[in-house]
Design a protein around this ligand. Sequence first.
Ligand SMILES: NC(=O)C1=CN([C@@H]2O[C@H](COP(=O)(O)OP(=O)(O)OC[C@H]3O[C@@H](n4cnc5c(N)ncnc54)[C@H](OP(=O)(O)O)[C@@H]3O)[C@@H](O)[C@H]2O)C=CC1
Ligand SMILES: O=C1CO[C@H](CO)[C@@H](O)[C@@H]1O
Length: 261
Amino acid sequence: MPRFGLGVYKMTDPEESYLAMEKALQEGYTAIDTASLYGNEQQVGEALRNSNKKRQDLFITSKVWNTDQGYDETLFAFEKSLNLLQMDYLDLYLTHWPVPSKFKETYRAIERLYDEKLIRATGVSNHQVHHLEELMTTANYKPMVNQIELHPYLTQVENREFCQANNIAITAWSPLGRGKVLQDETIRQIGEQYNKTTAQTIIRWHLQGDHIVIPKSVTPSRIVENAQVFDFELTAEDMARIDALHRDERFGSHPDHYAYE
Ligand SMILES: NC(=O)C1=CN([C@@H]2O[C@H](COP(=O)(O)OP(=O)(O)OC[C@H]3O[C@@H](n4cnc5c(N)ncnc54)[C@H](OP(=O)(O)O)[C@@H]3O)[C@@H](O)[C@H]2O)C=CC1
Ligand SMILES: O=C1CO[C@H](CO)[C@@H](O)[C@@H]1O
């Protein structure tokens, strides 16, 4: 699975989103993280088809939204996503949030999609350790990915350690803290030493921390900037300075306090 890709939440204007995805694919991005919630699966499909990339060289993730959860409902939602994307299979399909009383059935349907080779990997999102433990009591396969909010102000040590011990890859959502961590002076100063921007420094911190990272941008220059992160390495000391910025600050909801419908 690629360690780096484009997140496409809030890319709602069809033309703007299409152009951002087209730009990313031209710049060498091979992974796109979408969801039925984001309302842009059709544009993702169009951008991929119009690129000169082969399907097998791309990695497409989507997610089943909360109101579509349950076994049959998930199979139906998946088919809808696949039709919008106009694809034969997805690389990864996630339970978007652990809706109480539904997430285990939802994951069971995701396992069926995997058995039927309609997805290449199973996964979940916003699962706390207790959700993963509960899921694993009945699952045939451990989820291969857990996508959680993760950035320098929310380092998710417990969840990451659990996932590492169970061979579950971690994807960092809102890796730039929805843009808010970009104001951080310590990270700016660290980046300056490497001639890198704050965004590049944060993305590099994710990569060295073994997080899959999916920064979102609709701005062409930022799409280019965010991908220029493979030509430098943060020292262990600078990694530790960024780790130390953790302050348990979320820019999204806490999975245990989410207003599930
Ligand atoms: N599973 C889940 O529940 C969730 C998953 N996600 C996924 O994670 C992805 C990324 O998270 P997201 O919440 O979008 O936030 P990010 O942390 O990726 O931040 C995106 C914001 O940062 C700005 N930005 C991006 N790059 C730069 C840069 N180099 N310099 C300055 N500003 C920059 C963007 O502006 P602009 O676009 O204007 O350039 C946008 O405002 C989502 O798109 C989605 O795919 C997100 C939330 C929840
Ligand atoms: O993927 C997502 C994008 O952000 C939304 C608002 O925080 C989340 O609810 C959702 O999980």
